[in-house]
Design a protein around this ligand. Structure first.
Ligand code: ADP
Ligand code: MG
Length: 195
């Protein structure tokens, strides 16, 4: 389940991973995009940290809401509004439950709606959907996360900037799926899925 403590911890861990892998995320975004995914995410997560540190939210809903606002307002790329919408939908869902699965399902549905996209189109959804499927079956592991991001290599991009290169996107990992892997790893490490 989500608590203020484990969610704030997860977001700190996510920021750490994004900062550490900034260049790698931008490299992944170079052959099939415009090479800015690392920079976009670093800027967004810096804004998230600043907002959470200064406002000290006291509910899970408020943590998600401030995170959403920071990402939507500070990230120029497609990933900002998409992650931001996921966080906003998770804020709404957390008004009536603290269980991780329904909250993350609401986030996934938010990305699909905002992006007009579905799993299989070589986007962040190809990390979110398998991760949530594993949770539905009972357990999400690092192996699930690694396998899902690796599987984006074989997909042809039909949404976002990568769709401009179409079949030439085959063989490349989707950058948003990689950053989403760091998000789910952070949730695991912060103990969100512990009994
Ligand atoms: P931009 O594409 O504007 O440069 P980023 O580079 O920050 O933005 O983010 C690119 C990532 O956004 C892609 O790797 C993909 O995972 C995700 N993405 C782009 N369009 C969509 C969409 N319609 N639905 C879901 N995810 C998308
Ligand atoms: Mg980009």
């Amino acid at each position: 389940m989500f608590s203020v403590v484990n969610l704030v911890k997860a977001l700190d861990l996510f920021k750490e991973k994004i900062d550490k892998n900034k260049d790698y995320l931008s490299e992944l975004d170079t052959p099939i995009g415009d090479g800015d995914h690392g920079n976009n995410m670093v800027r967004g997560m810096a804004a998230v940290k600043e907002s959470l540190d200064s406002k000290q939210p006291e509910t899970v809903q408020d943590v998600f809401k401030l995170t959403a606002m920071a990402l939507i307002s500070k990230v120029g790329g497609a990933s900002g509004p998409l992650y931001g919408t996921a966080m906003l939908e998770m804020a709404k869902a957390s008004a009536s439950t603290d269980q991780a699965l329904p909250i993350l399902e609401a986030g996934l549905a938010g990305i699909e709606k905002r992006g007009n996209s579905q799993p299989g189109e070589k986007t962040m959804l190809d990390e979110w959907a398998p991760a949530i499927e594993a949770l539905r079956k009972g357990k999400l592991t690092q192996v699930d996360l690694d396998a899902a991001v690796e599987a984006t290599k074989d997909l042809t991009a039909t949404k976002g900037r990568a769709s401009y290169v179409s079949e030439r996107s085959i063989g490349h990992i989707d950058p948003g799926a990689m950053s989403s892997k760091y998000f789910f790893e952070s949730l695991i490490e912060a103990g969100v899925f512990n009994e």
